[in-house]
Design a protein around this ligand. Structure first.
Ligand code: ADP
Length: 192
């Protein structure tokens, strides 16, 4: 059966790392909105110039812009038989957009995985990443803002998907390989 999976979780929970591993395992493309925005920023595209100011402030890029970008990405042939979405949806309006894209194609989500993480730990991880990679949105005040925006706008999505019976929660703390093993277990034993 095709896998259509969303990976939810706060900044710093390790979504990007686990998304790549899981996608390989499941044989579907990992689609990260953050990566697509960053690629556009480095290529200096119009989309990149627009997104950059929001990203650097720790704010979400406006829904219309993000939705349009994701709709185009999901229409590419490699996503026809399944996908793993990392970083989308992040707002209720994005949930609705994804619902209508999927309904239009006669598809359904198969899994929503929430990677849970302790706030102190994610702040520490993000600060550490800032030192190593120098990402413009990894300064301490921007990190705080991103966590607040997550709690306000994205955490409510957990309830929406739980209400649909799709949610699986996985502890994102600990060793990277351990978390991958937990994810594999959780997906292996879920109905989808
Ligand atoms: P992280 O998971 O570390 O917060 P991402 O790499 O997923 O970071 O995203 C980086 C930034 O890209 C976000 O802070 C936001 O500005 C923008 N972004 C990514 N995905 C979305 C989305 N679905 N909606 C709006 N903005 C987004």
């Amino acid at each position: 059966m095709s896998t259509r999976l969303i990976l939810l979780g706060p900044p710093g929970a390790g979504k990007g790392t686990q998304a790549a591993r899981l996608a390989t395992r499941l044989g579907v493309p990992a689609i990260s909105t953050g990566d697509i925005f960053r690629a556009n920023v480095s290529e200096g595209t119009e989309l990149g110039q627009l997104a950059q100011k929001y990203m650097n402030a720790g704010e979400y890029v406006p829904d219309e812009v993000t939705n349009q970008m994701v709709a185009a990405r999901l229409a590419e042939p490699d996503a026809a038989d399944g996908f793993l979405l990392d970083g989308y949806p992040r707002t209720e309006a994005q949930v609705s957009e994804l619902d209508s894209i999927l309904t239009g194609n006669g598809h359904e989500l198969t899994h929503v995985v929430e990677l849970t993480a302790d706030t102190d730990e994610v702040v520490a991880r993000l600060l550490n990443r800032a030192e190593e990679q120098g990402r413009a949105d990894d300064t301490e005040s921007v990190i705080r803002r991103r966590l607040d925006v997550y709690v306000e706008q994205t955490a409510p999505l957990v309830r929406i998907y739980a209400g649909r019976g799709l949610l699986v929660q996985v502890d994102g703390m600990g060793d990277v390989d351990e978390v991958t093993a937990r994810l594999a277990d959780a997906l292996g034993s879920s109905a989808g």
